[in-house]
Design a protein around this ligand. Structure first.
Ligand SMILES: [Zn+2]
Ligand SMILES: [Zn+2]
Length: 285
């Protein structure tokens, strides 16, 4: 758990100072705190998602991706409790009344938040406090700070939200059936079954690995995504990770030595022309 208390008292102190500079710094502290709240959830989820699976980088988008792919309850409020009574493994499931009659010990409470609301605050703080207004004419003045009257209320809103979230005593990476596979690099990749979609691409969680896998729902398998390369000199073929090719920019190439004849093979993206009209052959008269 991240400790938000020092940040909260720092923001309070800056608000009390109530100068253009101090309120601007308070806005920056709020933004950093929002980032920490969201990124901490990502850090905890990293066993379940690759860095490369995050398509957008704003803190609220990261949390939204976690909700879609890792844990549907990643941003919800709930308390986790365990039963005092020990249930031996393999014991038959009990009826609801039996569970309700048990004594439960609370383990902790996760305090949730609305990613959209937090994202809007994060954007609003930047707009008001972290940039000054662009002069629209020669007569306009270039100010040193933003408008304190506009910044302070937003900072107070953000502070209230940060304080509320700071009251949580745990963060959880979710429950539910898990499926896993071992990548050729040796990393174990885990996913929640209920959040997997047929045909979904899963990038290996190892940040140094280029492998990716396609999920096949019918037999719950993960197929390695590859690109076949055939040596033109000796016709030996090999499969390279498809992501190596997908990551290539148009002005880049990758190269390998053929494992059989050791000739160097280059791979790069090329524009290709296609037309609906077949070329007409001009016959000499
Ligand atoms: Zn891997
Ligand atoms: Zn070869």
């Amino acid at each position: 758990m991240i400790n938000l208390e020092p940040t909260i008292s720092q923001i309070e102190k800056l608000l009390e100072e109530n100068t253009e500079a101090s309120v601007t710094y308070a806005a920056l502290e709020c933004r950093l705190a929002i980032e920490r709240i969201c990124y901490e959830r990502l850090r905890l989820a990293h066993d379940y998602i690759s860095h490369d699976d995050l398509r957008k980088w704003q803190p609220s988008d990261i949390v939204k991706t976690l909700i879609q792919e890792v844990d549907a309850k990643a941003a919800e409020t709930f308390t986790l409790s365990i039963a005092r009574e020990h249930m031996p493994e393999g014991s038959p499931p009990l009826a609801r009344e039996n569970y309700e009659a048990m004594e439960w010990l609370p383990v902790g409470t996760q305090v949730g938040f609305a990613p959209n609301k937090l994202g809007k605050l994060w954007n609003a703080l930047a707009k008001l406090a972290l940039h000054i207004e662009i002069p629209t004419s020669k007569d306009a003045t270039v100010t040193q700070y933003g408008d304190i009257q506009a910044i302070a209320p937003k900072v107070k809103l953000a502070l209230a939200e940060i304080r509320r979230i700071s009251e949580g005593t745990m963060m959880f990476t979710g429950m539910g059936e898990e499926v896993s596979f071992e990548c050729s690099c040796g990393s174990k990749n885990k996913r929640r079954l209920e959040l997997l979609k047929d045909g979904q691409t899963i990038n290996c969680i190892n940040p140094d690995c280029d492998e990716s896998y396609g999920y096949v729902q019918t037999d719950m398998t993960f197929g390695r995504r590859t690109f076949e390369i055939v040596c033109r000199a000796c016709e030996a073929s090999r499969d390279i990770p498809k992501r190596m090719v997908e990551k290539l920019r148009t002005d880049q190439h990758i190269h390998f030595d053929c494992s059989r004849c050791s000739e160097t093979i280059y791979v790069s993206w090329r524009p290709m022309q296609a037309q609906r009209t077949e070329p007409t052959l001009k016959r000499p008269k």
